[in-house]
Design a protein around this ligand. Structure first.
Ligand code: ADP
Length: 221
């Protein structure tokens, strides 16, 4: 992780310690408790603008610390008293969605947050039941998430952050239509955080259609 380099960015500020990021105390405890000592290159650049609510494009390979970047940013922005979905994280595969859920719950260990993995291949009725109870963070594959929104099991009214993780993979797997449909069913003017190893035209298309003056951070490892 020390070898990460920022190769291009229209955002120059870096924050070199987690405890200089004005994070909530229980979140900071979760970060240190998870074993992180210092933020990685992408975390140093991206967490602060993410928390400010700006749209972000983070171009980074896996292993650079991007999951923790958006997980920390979401956990910092959650209204902990509101037991409704406030952040939606979309990824290309069930395995990735489940791995993200694990990280979110680990970093949020002292925050009493709820996070549900909404993925295909598991019982629809179980998802509906869980979502109807009100879950603050939902992570899932686009098809299953859209299905849950259409069934009104996932209430989208309070969503304020949407993360597209591995956006290039999501789009190359043919989820473009579902992504566009999800954008039309969630509130307008929400924060969009897009993470991708590459930025092909399909991804750029999504960024121009659905993002507002994004900050772009590129990390090479
Ligand atoms: P990505 O989403 O880019 O694949 P992750 O956020 O999953 O990256 O991080 C990759 C690995 O590095 C994971 O094992 C994670 O626990 C670890 N990691 C991430 N951020 C840090 C950090 N600041 N300090 C130490 N380890 C970290």
């Amino acid at each position: 992780m020390e070898s990460d380099r920022v190769i291009e960015s229209n955002w120059t500020e870096t924050v070199e310690q987690f405890d200089q990021m004005n994070l909530r105390d229980p979140l900071l405890r979760g970060i240190y408790g998870y074993g992180f000592e210092l933020p990685s290159a992408i975390q140093q650049r991206a967490i602060k603008p993410c928390i400010s609510g700006r749209d972000i494009i983070a171009q980074a390979q896996s292993g650079t610390g991007k999951t923790a970047t958006f997980a920390i940013s979401i956990l910092q922005q959650l209204d902990l008293d509101l037991k409704e979905c406030q952040a939606l994280i979309l990824g290309p595969t069930r395995e990735l969605a489940q791995a993200i859920q694990t990280v979110v719950l680990a970093l949020g260990d002292y925050m009493n947050v709820t996070c549900h993995a909404c993925v295909g291949g598991t019982n629809v009725r179980d998802h509906i039941k869980r979502l109807e109870q009100g879950v603050q963070i939902v992570v899932g594959t686009p098809g299953r998430v859209l299905d849950m929104i259409n069934r009104q099991a996932l209430r989208s009214k309070h969503i304020k952050i949407l993360v597209l993780d591995e956006a290039d993979e999501i789009l190359s797997q043919g989820f473009k239509e579902q992504i566009c449909d999800i954008f039309t069913t969630i509130p307008e003017n929400i924060q969009v955080i897009l993470v991708s190893a590459t930025l092909p035209s399909e991804v750029l298309d999504v960024t121009t259609k659905f993002m507002n003056d994004p900050i772009k951070i590129v990390i090479k490892n």
